[in-house]
Design a protein around this ligand. Sequence first.
Ligand code: SF4
Length: 352
Amino acid sequence: MTSTSHLSPATLPGTSAAPSGITARQPHEIVLAEPRGFCAGVDRAIEIVERALTKFGAPIYVRHEIVHNTYVVNDLKEKGAIFIEELSDVPPGATLVFSAHGVSKAIQLEAERRGFQVFDATCPLVTKVHVEVAKLHKEGFEFIMIGHKGHPEVEGTMGQLDSGIHLVEDVADVARISPLQTERLAVVTQTTLSVDDAAEITAAVKTRFPSVRSPKLQDICYATQNRQDAIKVLSPQVDIVIVVGSPTSSNSNRLRELAAKLGTEAYMVDDASELQEAWFEGKSRVGLTAGASAPEVLVRQVIDRIKALGAVSVRKMEGIEETIKFPLPKGLKLDAFGHTLEMGDSRLHQAT
Ligand code: SF4
């Protein structure tokens, strides 16, 4: 895991100051948030689909968008992935990948019953929450889950149990829930929430249920926390914030909301084609970030487009370096020669 300190700005080598002659109506500098873009869970999930395609050939079925990004999903579709929501749309004998958001126990069992070859791309940080729910459930706990109704991660986590998880989306919801008992209650959260909103809701839960158990380490993941911390440093330095991310991406939406809450005009775009020239009128400094599921190629395209509107320099914030990497599932690991290791291959034990 990484720390969250020393997020001060620095100038990128090779960039230059705005030339004289730039009008106040044009952007002249782009400030890049650090860190931004892909997290370890997204990297791993995409790699699982790509390796499955290489090893087994197309089509590979993927339940739900592997990660919430239009570009990534379209790219994998072109390579032979088929995205489905219902397992009844997957033919017998097919290879199926679960998305990074995780699935309920019912989906896992159905996939097993239908006899698919399954590779689970659930982010290990989501799995960690599932494991915690299962463990505490055995000890008699009920749960208060802080998250967004209908989000696949919330459905997957709540679906770890048949009952006993109460969803709260905001502080008002805390007064509405009716657990069967209050001695053994635990809080779990979606991994991609606003850190500040989740803290506020957790405080309301603790006021109503003083003995509630909080996670030892917060469930909000390192990538969500780091990108939000970077926005807190970036926003006051710029006149406008652009977030690259798809509308379905929870963590990208939170970045835009956070910048706006901090008083900076903020927009989220799926790609450069959605940028509107009028947004940049009278804005000198443009802050740019990307959600955890948005690839850097889209950021580069947005930079080019803003440069075409007048920006002449790109400055990168100093930020923490994320080095975390999650292992691939067995059966999709590669040996030293780039060959996929087979299930049961003794080399897997050395490679794990
Ligand atoms: S945003 Fe966090 S929880 Fe989601 S895939 Fe990335 S690391 Fe995992």
